[in-house]
Design a protein. Sequence first.
Length: 94
Amino acid sequence: MTMFLKPSRIKPGSDDKKPDDQRFCHVLSRWDRKKKLDIGIVGVPFDEGVRLSAGRIGASQAPDAIREQLARYGTAYNILHDANLSKLSIADCG
């Protein structure tokens, strides 16, 4: 099924990465289809269900909107839960 995935137009990660920077945008990468992942993010740009129920079309723009917000997301560490996402392999699968 992965043959149907296509890369997002939003580039994951950041060009100004520093070795000790734990921002989420530095943890997220683009999936190369070879690397094993702990978490894979898949976006499905699909408006048909909304269109059929006479709702407002726009759901197909959600995957890229979510990716844009993930690029702005702060730290990959949650102090309340002592959860460090930088220890996981996380990729945008398309």
